[in-house]
Design a protein around this ligand. Sequence first.
Ligand code: ADP
Length: 450
Amino acid sequence: IIEKTCEVMAVRTHSRNLELACRISPDTPQYIKGDPTRLRQVITNLLGNAIKFTEKGEIVLMVLPTGKEISSQSPQYLQFSVRDTGIGIPAEKLSTIFEKFTQADSSITRKYAGTGLGLAISRQLVELMGGKIWVESKPQEGSTFFFTIPLEETTPEEKPETAVAEPEISLQGWKILVVDDNTTNRLILRETLTQWGCKVTEAAGGAEGLAELIRAKSEGTPFQIAILDSRMPEMDGFTLAQEIRNNPDLSFLSIVMLTSENRSSDLARAKDMNFEAYLIKPVKRQALKESLQAIAGKKRVPLQQQTPSAGKPLPEIHPLNILLVEDTEDNRFLILAYLKNTPYRVDTAENGAVALEKFLANIYDLILMDMQMPVMDGYTATREIRRHEQNEGRKSTPIIALTAYALKEELQKSLSAGCDAHLTKPIKKQLLLEAIQKYAAASIVPGKSS
Ligand code: ADP
């Protein structure tokens, strides 16, 4: 509802050359129980006013859970705010604008046509939903209207009944450069992408973005995706995209272009330039996620290209998301050092219990599991992981056991716990890299069931 309402209002915003951004705090539950019609109406009223009373700058709709109870950890309300950089409201009018037929300045009514009813209706609707509405404003600087609604979390009614859901393509560890002149947009993109496990760098303009892309490439840590705002002063997104496409060093980079709806010429150009994806602002989270997953899915290198022979340098491969479970700091340090100059992103856990928690909250391409650990050992953790995968119809994550003994029984024990392979300590770098490639590659080949 929130994103859809923004989408509808975006047309008016963009036609006035204003930015409209929608920032949904990552800890906002995806589904809550409530009245969609009333909620939509209030957001529309507030965004409508913000657009009406703002000549230049930006309008930001923000949503976050708020009001923690003292006794429990759960938030009680969902707080919405609509911030603008418009004309503002004089202090003496702040208390009356929610009353019927009140307008902050009667002399401006002719310039800004209106009935003086919108806020009174909004207040009524918010109160009917069990919340509160208020405003903070400074003349000439802008206004922020806040309202809350009680937060009652729920799950969607129709849950898909498919027994085995396709596992989501992980975005963990993807290096993404966000190029946008608008600070709020960059912040929102960073917040969203980081939530999905991406590594985000920001650039405030085209030239800065290009320099960053070239620098990262020359240092051997290239970006995989660039998200570009089409409209920027000086070097705009299209010019930057052209520079990227003209640079053979950046040929591996996928481009996601963000355009504005009312600019049909922008859309036509975006289609013409064959970007990996283009999205209309304000960007919807699901659409962004799907675009990035489509890119991530395509970039994965098929298995037959991924079987290196011993001793040879490893080919450039997909950045895997690895969980390293190891209680000894020295061993963690060693393995992290081995994996430092690879495209792999490594998360660590110091015992099986922490590993299990991380496994449930993330999607990993591969797990390196020490077997002897305090709290919960590797055998138990592996069994638990396998149990969860089965219960949830999740694809089997390759698990490589790391053990101290080269005994046959040890190997058998880890295999029967559910590990796919086994490495004996002290771990050798080359063997580790080969094992990671072999097992992770097998798991990411489309259609492979395990
Ligand atoms: P109207 O139809 O006049 O906009 P509202 O009840 O929606 O009626 O708003 C009442 C008054 O509050 C407006 O006339 C305006 O003076 C002030 N106001 C509302 N929103 C804003 C805003 N975002 N910035 C500045 N003034 C605002």
